[in-house]
Every structure is written in C-alpha cells, then in structure tokens.
Design a protein around this ligand. Structure first.
Ligand SMILES: *[C@@H]1O[C@H](CO)[C@@H](O)[C@H](O)[C@H]1NC(C)=O
Ligand SMILES: *[C@@H]1O[C@H](CO)[C@@H](O)[C@H](O)[C@H]1NC(C)=O
Ligand SMILES: *[C@@H]1O[C@H](CO)[C@@H](O)[C@H](O)[C@H]1NC(C)=O
Length: 399
C-alpha cells in the first residue's frame, strides 16, 4: 500500500480552520484574524527518504549478503520487527523471517501474521514469511493448507495465486486481509524491512536467489496472489500497488480453481486500472474509499503449456517438491476455454458488491481479497483519522 502525496487534500484540510476563521471574521470584523497554524508541506511529511531514513524499495542486497535487518533504523515505524538472514536452521513455527522467496508453483513463501489470529490490517508492518520450502527460513506452510494454486510465468513477471487456509498464515479465519508491497505509507514497506528474492531465471544471481525490486501480494479470505515483476521491465508497471481495494481479481486476473494445482506460461495482463472500451484504451483511477464498482471486468490473460500436479507432488514433504507434472495444457490453450474454470462474474458476495471474491457454479473462484470492509480495516489499522492526515505529519491519500 502506498500513500501518495495528495497536495489538494493537504491544502483543503489545512485551510479549513482558516476558512472558518475568515467566516467568523466576516461577522466580527474587529477581531484580528488568528495566525493560521503552518500548513503541512511536502518537506514536513515524514516519509522515508531523508538522512538516516532510506526508502525500502531502494535497498538492494545480494541474497548471501543480507544484513541481519535491512531496516534497523528507529525512524517512523521502524525499526523492522523481524530479521532478513533466514535459513533452514531457523525455519520454525516461530521464525520472524522477513525475507520472502518466490520461485515457482512448489517453492514460494507468503507473508502472514507473526501472532496467532492476526489480521493483516493490524500486522502489515510486521508480517513474516511462511514458506513451502524450509530452505528459505520462513514458518512452514503445512501442505494440506493449500487447496489449489496457479503459477504463471510471463515475459514481465511471475505470479502465483492460490487457496490457502487463513490459519496456516497466522490469520484469523475471518480476516479479509489486504495488500502488501515494498512501498507503504512512509516508504518503509509492508512488511517494514521486507525483501523478496527469486531463483527464477529473470532474477537469479549465479546460483543464489536474486532480489525482486517490485512485487505485491494480497492475502486474506482464504486466498492469496503474489506477483514478482522483472527488474528489467519497469513500464508498464505490472506490480502497480495503488489498486489495493480491488483485490486479486483486478490486480492479478486468474483462473484459479479450488482443487487444481497448475503451472503455466501466460500472456501479459493489462495493467490494473487499464481497460479497453469501444476500441478505446481507458484508465480507471480507484476511488478511496471504494464507493463504486470498477467500470470494467478484468480480462484473464491466455495461458499455455500448463502442467497440472497432484497437491502431493508439489508439497508432499513441505519442501520444494518434485516437479514432474503431466503436461495437460497444450500450447495455445486458454484459461477461459470451455470446460475449464472460468471467472465467475455477476453478483458479488457478502456485503460488498465490489468484492472480487465470487463463487462460480463450477467451483472455480476468481481470487479476490479485498472488500470494502478492508478499507476500514486497513485505513483504521494503519493510518487512522483523516485518510492519512496527521499520523505521518502530513496528508496522504491512502491507496
Ligand atoms: C538462520 O539460519 C541461517 C542458516 O540456515 C543463518 O545463516 C542465519 O544467521 C539464521 N538467522 C537467525 C536470525 O538466527
Ligand atoms: C477449497 O476446497 C476445500 C476442500 O478441498 C475447502 O475446504 C475449502 O473451503 C475450499 N476453499 C474455497 C475458498 O472455496
Ligand atoms: C521449483 O524449483 C525447485 C528448486 O529449483 C525445484 O526443485 C522444483 O522442481 C520446482 N518446482 C516446479 C513445480 O517447477
């Protein structure tokens, strides 16, 4: 989640007392106008970037040279909660590893709560890694907690979406979750000090995982989606993190089906917020709070060369697993082909019509995490008050 500066909001809020004062002055012209309190300015905003407060997304380390903590600085929300030197020796159920490794369909970590019964909105700064493979030092993900995954490798990113029991990630089963990324309100990241690595060929550094500079992850409501954007491709930004209220369905359109485990090659997504209508490419800006449904239905990119697995093939040992899946999807097959799971569109579930989590008749479910109720959770849990005004010394738009 990113708080982007919103100058007009800062202006309108900070000038409100002055406006009232002027109105009062009009009624009592002899009263001297009070000296307005200084307007918060950009330079007074407390975001990382100043001396001694590095911006998390600019901190790069070889995997084998990670410091104990990449963000030990006691500034803003810092220092970070956990540590970054993680390995098999400390891959226990109480590990506080904040290094996440994402390699493929069987070998990945997710962020989850360090405390039992957690809610992402409350713990986003201190989420820790939970991994299928003990090598990376996260808390173990029990194999039975995963009910389906779809891994997609494209020319610009790798992505995995899946069904997972909330409780396997330390989350309350009712937690609708939220979005995590290396930016965050104050540019210290969520988790603060969290770094992501991959051995995918786009990132690998010799034989070691290479750092993923831009990524995002949604988790909650029994689903997750994680995308690692190739460092070589910065435009368009497929890991855009400003659409955090519309979940996996919009940020990582997919055809995940419960009970299916597959790894595919995929065509590129349309960057979130971009859509084509009547031949025109349009951009939607997400309102915050989310007061209207997005004006488009996300297009699920085509996929090819899908290999399907039995769950046990991927996660049997809790390790990286074998990868000898059957090649069930010929080149050119698409995820939306008849008979295959399709995105269920139509009425939303629960209290929120914009909630992308929907159940289709086939049992397929397009993964979406956030709902409008998350807005409150995330907004209150993190920024509080005036949509980001105050806590960090200025006004920001929570996005
Ligand atoms: C975790 O274990 C790895 C070796 O597997 C070690 O390099 C690292 O220092 C340990 N980290 C902590 C915090 O104990
Ligand atoms: C997926 O299927 C499992 C049973 O295999 C079930 O327990 C779980 O609730 C399902 N998840 C979702 C999100 O539908
Ligand atoms: C994932 O990567 C690991 C380690 O390189 C490998 O052992 C495993 O077979 C891979 N899994 C899949 C599904 O490709």
């Amino acid at each position: 989640m990113l708080l982007t500066p919103l100058p007009f909001l800062a202006l309108s809020l900070s000038s409100l007392p002055l406006t009232l004062a002027l109105a009062q002055d009009a009624n009592s012209p002899l009263t001297p106008a009070p000296t307005p309190t200084p307007t918060p300015t950009l330079t007074k905003r407390q975001v990382a970037g100043g001396s001694g407060t590095p911006i998390l997304s600019t901190l790069f380390f070889p995997y084998t040279a990670l410091p104990t903590q990449v963000y030990p600085f006691p500034v803003l929300r810092g220092p970070q909660f956990g540590y970054n030197q993680c390995g098999a020796a400390n891959a226990t159920a109480t590990a506080d590893c904040q290094t996440l490794v994402f390699n493929n369909a069987s070998d990945f970590c997710l962020w989850g709560s360090p405390d039992p019964n957690g809610a992402i909105g409350d713990v986003e700064a201190k989420v820790v890694s939970y991994c299928t493979n003990p090598q990376w030092g996260g808390r173990p993900i029990p194999p039975g907690a995963l009910h389906g995954v779809q891994f997609m490798r494209t020319s610009a990113y790798i992505q995995i979406v899946g069904f997972i029991d909330n409780t396997a990630l330390g989350l309350a089963s009712s937690d609708t979750g939220g979005e995590l990324d290396p930016h965050g309100a104050d540019l210290q990241g969520n988790p603060l000090g969290g770094v992501v690595y991959s051995t995918d060929q786009a990132f690998i550094d010799g034989t070691e995982p290479g750092q993923v500079h831009n990524w995002n992850l949604f988790v909650g409501s029994g689903v997750f989606c994680l995308k690692a954007c190739f460092n070589s491709i910065t435009s368009p930004d497929y890991c855009e993190n400003r659409y955090d209220l519309v979940g996996c369905e919009f940020n990582m359109p997919n055809s995940l089906a419960n009970g299916t485990f597959e790894a595919c090659e995929g065509a590129l997504q349309t960057p979130v917020g971009t859509y084509v209508s009547a031949g025109q490419t349009l951009t939607w800006s997400m309102p915050d709070p989310l007061t209207t449904d997005p004006p488009y239905t996300p297009v699920i990119p085509s996929s090819s060369n899908c290999r399907t697995f039995a769950s046990g093939e991927l996660f049997a040992s809790g390790g990286s697993g074998g990868a000898s899946g059957s090649n069930s999807g010929g080149a050119g097959s698409t995820s939306g082909a008849p008979g295959s799971p399709t995105h269920a569109s139509g009425s939303g579930s629960g209290s929120n019509s914009a909630n992308p989590s929907q159940t289709g008749t086939s049992g397929a479910r397009a993964v979406g995490v956030n709902s409008m109720s998350d807005v409150a959770i995330i907004g209150l849990g993190v920024v509080g008050g005036f949509w980001g005004c105050g806590r960090f010394g200025g006004c920001f738009r929570w996005a």
